[in-house]
Write a protein that binds this ligand. Structure first.
Ligand SMILES: *[C@@H]1O[C@H](CO)[C@@H](O)[C@H](O)[C@H]1NC(C)=O
Ligand SMILES: *[C@@H]1O[C@H](CO)[C@@H](O)[C@H](O)[C@H]1NC(C)=O
Ligand SMILES: *[C@@H]1O[C@H](CO)[C@@H](O)[C@H](O)[C@H]1NC(C)=O
Ligand SMILES: *[C@@H]1O[C@H](CO)[C@@H](O)[C@H](O)[C@H]1NC(C)=O
Ligand SMILES: *[C@@H]1O[C@H](CO)[C@@H](O)[C@H](O)[C@H]1NC(C)=O
Ligand SMILES: *[C@@H]1O[C@H](CO)[C@@H](O)[C@H](O)[C@H]1NC(C)=O
Ligand SMILES: *[C@@H]1O[C@H](CO)[C@@H](O)[C@H](O)[C@H]1NC(C)=O
Ligand SMILES: *[C@@H]1O[C@H](CO)[C@@H](O)[C@H](O)[C@H]1NC(C)=O
Ligand SMILES: *[C@@H]1O[C@H](CO)[C@@H](O)[C@H](O)[C@H]1NC(C)=O
Ligand SMILES: *[C@@H]1O[C@H](CO)[C@@H](O)[C@H](O)[C@H]1NC(C)=O
Ligand SMILES: *[C@@H]1O[C@H](CO)[C@@H](O)[C@H](O)[C@H]1NC(C)=O
Length: 495
């Protein structure tokens, strides 16, 4: 009998969602949160084509317009009750946060709340109404084919998730889960699932080998075998995803695809989190990316792509909780990678991270006087070779202080081997992964162009950076501006 059930379950059909992709979550609890334009610059430089926002921030959605980047917007948990109780509120939300932005911004889904069943139980009774009201608004706008509605679950909505064939959803949520799955099925949407082998590994009493959590090869005697299905599991991620397929099939839903809305590994933790290290985080995320992009699906559903959004783009220093809470990011707010991913031949996503190629550039809107001082300092006491900035040389154009300062401060940063504190210049400079080279003006630090490292005491950029007495030969903007003003005053006087 048990065997019969298993064979029945194996025969289920899940529609393919196309090739698997890797996206990233963009949390914004960051002290110096980059501007939406800066975020998009980083996404483009890293080849990231899919993002999930935790809200529907208007400026962010505008910055994402016409970029080709696919976007999941979210109804934050604190707006869920209102939307679940009023279809007018839901319609209004869709009008403001979706209809106002498509098609320029390619919104592909609305994630309604976050881990509602396990963390916001008072909103659970209105969850399905919220999804239905939002769906109705999309239908009215004829957007329901391109935009799907779903809600991300914690994997702890499942009980007994190993072996996967014995997993089921916590029965106390069946009154929500059953209508929810009906909704997902009838609208062609997907089950959104957050998959954290890190927490499974951390769980007290868990006997999961680290290699199994990190997608590392296991000796055959350590491979996990589901004794009901005889399927071999080589990693926790696949086992959790398959557990969700089985849990759905026990409720007779056999054709709902799964989208992993969060997965990742922290790179730093406190003393009780020894596995939160740079090496482990880099291993997990590199292997996750390779695994997902390989399109191999899971043991239960081979060939059915499981796309996944990495948690997360930036380290969020303002989040509370253990140290690991602040260290899930792939990048610092200044755009520098927290660690290097190992992705040889994995495609283009994060290709620039693997090189950890960073540059130091002038911030937009930086004070011109400070930029001039930084330029003068770098080309003077900073001992940077600024000959490329002279008239007739490759980096002379554009001939303005911001462009010239960017060249000089980047050259200094590369010369100092990008060491900490060498890209600041009184706050006018910041690190970026976008190569500022243009035309024949090749910036130091570009592929194949190492800045020659000087060996000596590090000169502090700030000490001598305001020697205003000597006017730079590398940019003459200051005097140009004053003579222009003088000319204007003179012409006014003539009138
Ligand atoms: C990496 O950066 C360079 C220069 O900024 C850019 O031309 C290239 O397309 C980027 N690679 C990817 C995969 O986006
Ligand atoms: C809300 O639901 C009511 C009753 O079903 C319907 O008449 C009304 O048109 C809906 N309003 C919106 C904004 O969808
Ligand atoms: C928006 O994203 C969807 C899903 O990836 C894709 O099929 C569609 O072509 C995109 N639309 C535009 C205008 O880029
Ligand atoms: C199932 O959910 C209920 C309600 O949230 C919770 O009290 C119970 O501990 C859960 N059961 C399991 C086995 O996780
Ligand atoms: C699933 O379908 C089977 C066969 O039709 C039925 O016996 C069973 O009660 C259903 N289970 C649920 C949870 O609906
Ligand atoms: C990875 O995590 C394990 C388990 O906590 C820890 O012992 C180990 O030092 C970490 N490995 C690396 C290379 O960081
Ligand atoms: C990639 O997929 C193939 C089968 O589709 C599989 O044999 C191979 O082991 C997979 N590689 C990785 C790194 O997952
Ligand atoms: C990448 O570069 C940044 C800035 O230069 C540095 O802080 C970080 O430690 C580097 N990461 C790796 C893994 O080398
Ligand atoms: C650049 O510097 C790094 C580290 O010093 C070195 O490994 C690499 O080979 C250099 N690349 C070139 C093109 O000189
Ligand atoms: C810097 O100079 C010191 C003393 O001359 C030498 O011992 C050291 O190896 C040099 N370091 C580098 C990175 O060249
Ligand atoms: C600052 O400039 C003075 C005068 O040019 C020079 O003597 C001194 O060494 C400089 N200090 C640094 C840290 O470069």
């Amino acid at each position: 009998m048990a065997l019969l059930i298993i064979f029945h379950l194996l025969a289920i059909f899940v529609p393919a969602l196309g090739d698997a992709f890797i996206g990233v979550n963009i949390g914004t609890d960051v002290t110096n949160m980059p501007s939406p334009t800066e975020v998009v610059t980083l996404l483009k430089a890293q080849g990231i084509q899919h993002v999930r926002l935790y809200d529907a921030d208007r400026a962010m959605l505008r910055a994402l317009a016409n970029t080709g980047i696919r976007v999941i917007v979210s109804v934050p948990n604190d707006q869920l009750l209102g939307i679940g109780q009023s279809n007018a509120t839901a319609a209004n939300w869709v009008a403001r946060n979706v209809i106002a932005h498509v098609p320029a911004t390619n919104i592909t889904a609305i994630a309604v709340g976050s881990e509602v069943l396990t963390s916001l139980t008072n909103a659970a009774p209105v969850l399905v109404s919220a999804l239905k009201f939002l769906q109705a608004a999309l239908v009215a706008a004829n957007l329901d084919q391109q935009i799907k509605v779903s809600t991300p679950h914690s994997s702890s909505v499942m009980v007994n998730s190993f072996p996967p064939s014995q997993a089921f959803f916590n029965k106390s949520w069946d009154p929500v889960m059953v209508p929810l799955l009906k909704f997902l099925q009838s609208t062609g949407s997907y089950l959104m699932l957050n998959v954290y082998p890190y927490y499974d590994f951390m769980k007290p009493g868990a006997v999961i080998p680290l290699d199994y959590a990190l997608f590392r090869p296991l000796p055959p005697n350590k491979e996990a075998i589901d004794s009901n299905t005889l399927l071999h599991y080589t990693n926790v991620f696949d086992a959790v995803v398959d557990a969700a397929y089985f849990a759905m099939s026990y409720l007779n839903f056999t054709n709902i695809p799964i989208l992993v809305t969060e997965s990742g590994w922290p790179s730093k933790g406190d003393s009780s989190e020894p596995d939160a290290t740079i090496d482990n985080a880099s291993t997990y995320n590199s292997n996750l990316i390779r695994h997902v992009l390989n399109n191999s699906g899971t043991p239960k559903q081979p060939g059915i792509a499981i796309s996944s959004y990495i948690y997360e783009l930036y380290n969020e220093d303002l989040r509370t909780g253990p140290v690991s809470e602040n260290n899930w990011g792939l990048f610092y707010a200044n755009g520098a990678p927290v660690y290097t991913l190992h992705l040889t031949n994995a495609g283009t996503v994060f290709a620039n991270d693997t090189t950890n190629q960073t540059f130091c550039v002038a911030k937009s809107n930086a004070d011109t006087k400070l930029l001039q001082a930084a330029l003068d300092w770098a080309c003077g006491p900073g001992k940077v070779d600024c000959s490329s900035l002279l008239q007739g040389q490759p980096c002379y154009d554009p001939n303005n202080v911001a462009a010239h300062a960017t060249y000089a401060i980047n050259a200094y940063y590369q010369q100092m081997a990008k060491s900490a504190g060498t890209c600041d210049f009184k706050g006018v400079a910041s690190v970026t992964t976008t190569n500022p080279s243009h035309g024949s003006c090749i910036f130091p630090g570009s592929y194949g162009k190492n800045g020659s490292s000087i060996n000596g005491t590090e000169l502090a950029p700030s000490t001598n950076s305001t020697n205003s007495g000597c006017l730079s030969q590398y940019y003459n903007g200051g005097s140009l501006t004053s003579s222009l003003i003088l000319t204007l005053i003179l012409s006014v006087a003539v009138l």
